[in-house]
Ligand binder design. Structure first.
Ligand SMILES: Cc1cc2nc3c(=O)[nH]c(=O)nc-3n(C[C@H](O)[C@H](O)[C@H](O)COP(=O)(O)OP(=O)(O)OC[C@H]3O[C@@H](n4cnc5c(N)ncnc54)[C@H](O)[C@@H]3O)c2cc1C
Length: 449
């Protein structure tokens, strides 16, 4: 490898995609430098000590049907632990709060969840090749989740509960969320919405996601420079030059940019990224929600609560009960509707389900306002799967874009970030060695045959 550059590969961002790409490249013998703007690694995963607990401010739940995440947990010998199983259910519809068992609530959403996911395997027979269905897929990709729900003939109570569930899943408005994205998620769970739900909100990483990303970073054994923000990337035939916020420059043979889609245009590229990439970044993806932790006075029986997407909070569940208090985690689909750092505002939102709830303390991070993420978990808008994904994944010369936003499988999850980081590592290695190292494997988006 050329020694005329400062390093062989610069990775921008030390989230799961970045540290995975760094590890893969280092294992192939390349010199790698990771530049991270925050003062910590982890990106949209962040195990922080708040409210007397190690709380996940971002990504939390993992599952064995997420193959890339599970492989990493196995590799480093890290286990999972379940969230409490809900016993009670609360749901709001038409301004009224209903309550029953958690099973009754799951029964209420069953018809709508099954109806909105029943085509998942027809359109995604092999979900890691998300465009395999070709032109047929383009027809449904134009639909939003809400449009699909409106076709199902659900009663008002069913509709509100299912719509609230999808608003939570999308961390955004169901008017924006792509129906094809909903199908893609469910296909990854073998077409079972119940398994999909379990994968999304049941098993947490023992020791927190921090332990997993620290294990990958330690294994990578490369320098990760925190508090180092990249402002521009220029490339020519000989390499890339990365300019930092303080004006310093670094050179390498290639760069992996793990910027969230909503932040892709926060770094200037010379020559500019393709029009297709810029258009997708300008449009942005659909998530704009909020995640809130709250300590409540009193010991509540574990519950799950749902409300329509128009509510400040759309889902709440119990995470810990002890010493006369209950720790809950809740989600809203539009962060602007709720200041998650304001205990009074959170209490008001929670009282729509639990009129006597008394909030003692809250913790939240506004990922949408965060200028290094601009979104929560990446969720495609209608049309983005067929319109943008292949172009977003396409390397441009020495510039490789990676991250959960650009994954084939569990896009929006930690798993998607790891998958994408592995792909970027493989592609950069092929470029640097000019050897087609893995000719038989191609998990980039397949064009319809
Ligand atoms: C509230 C919330 C809840 C979630 N829940 C789950 C869950 O339960 N399960 C699950 O699997 N996933 C969940 N996710 C999604 C998951 O956390 C993300 O998909 C995943 O962590 C994204 O990883 P990434 O590496 O692609 O991007 P990021 O983690 O965003 O990493 C990108 C990195 O680049 C850095 N960066 C950005 N710009 C620059 C720059 N100019 N210079 C240098 N560095 C820069 C950022 O600081 C960041 O560290 C959740 C996310 C959020 C926000």
């Amino acid at each position: 490898m050329s020694t005329s550059h400062d390093t062989d590969v610069i990775v921008v961002g030390a989230g799961f995609a970045g540290v995975t790409a760094a590890r893969e490249l280092r294992r192939q013998g390349h010199r790698v430098l990771v530049l991270e703007a925050r003062d910590r690694i982890g990106g949209r995963t962040w195990t922080d000590t708040r409210l007397g607990h190690d709380l996940e401010m971002g990504g939390t739940w993992v599952h064995w049907i997420q193959p890339h995440t599970w492989a990493e947990l196995s590799r480093y010998g890290i286990g999972v632990t379940p969230s409490p199983t809900p016993v009670k259910g609360y749901w709001r519809s038409g301004g009224t709060v209903h309550s029953g068992t958690a099973d009754e609530l799951l029964g209420l959403v069953d018809r709508g969840m099954a109806g909105s996911t029943e085509e998942s395997l027809a359109y995604f027979p092999q979900p890691y090749q998300p465009l395999l269905a070709g032109d047929r897929l383009a027809e449904v990709d134009g639909l939003t989740v809400r449009q699909k729900l409106e076709q199902l003939g659900l009663g008002p109570e069913e509709f509100d509960a299912v719509e609230g569930m999808w608003a939570t899943n999308f961390s955004g408005r169901t008017e924006d969320g792509g129906y094809a994205q909903a199908l893609r998620w469910c296909a990854l769970a073998g077409g079972s919405w119940q398994l999909m739900f379990e994968a999304c909100a049941t098993y947490k990483v023992v020791g927190g996601t921090r332990g997993l990303i620290e294990a990958i970073a330690a294994d990578a054994g490369v320098e990760i420079r925190t508090n180092t923000r990249v402002v521009s990337v220029a490339q020519d035939d000989t390499g890339v030059t990365v300019t930092l916020e303080d004006g310093a420059t670094l050179t390498a043979a290639a760069v992996v940019a793990t910027l969230p889609l909503n932040m892709l245009d926060s770094v200037s590229f010379d020559p500019p990224l393709s029009e297709g990439k810029r258009r997708a970044a300008h449009q942005g993806q659909a998530s704009q929600g909020v995640k809130v932790w709250a300590r409540l006075r009193g010991e509540y029986e574990p519950f799950v609560a749902l409300a329509p997407g128009s509510a400040a909070l759309t889902l709440c569940q119990v995470e810990h009960v002890a010493d006369g208090e209950t720790l809950v985690v809740a989600f809203g689909s539009v962060s602007e509707r709720l200041d998650g750092a304001d205990p009074a505002a959170v209490q008001e939102a929670l009282r729509t389900w639990l009129p006597d709830a008394e909030v003692l303390e809250v913790a939240s991070h506004d990922w949408v306002a965060d200028e290094l993420s601009g979104e929560t978990w990446p969720m495609q808008r209608a049309g983005q799967l067929t319109g943008s994904l292949a172009e977003l994944q396409r390397p441009e010369g020495r510039v490789f874009v990676a991250g959960s936003d650009y994954a084939n499988g569990w896009a929006g999850f930690i798993d998607g970030a790891i998958e994408s980081g592995m792909r970027a590592g493989r592609e950069v290695h092929a470029l640097l060695t000019t050897v087609d190292a893995f000719p038989a494997i191609d998990d980039t988006v397949l064009s319809p045959s």
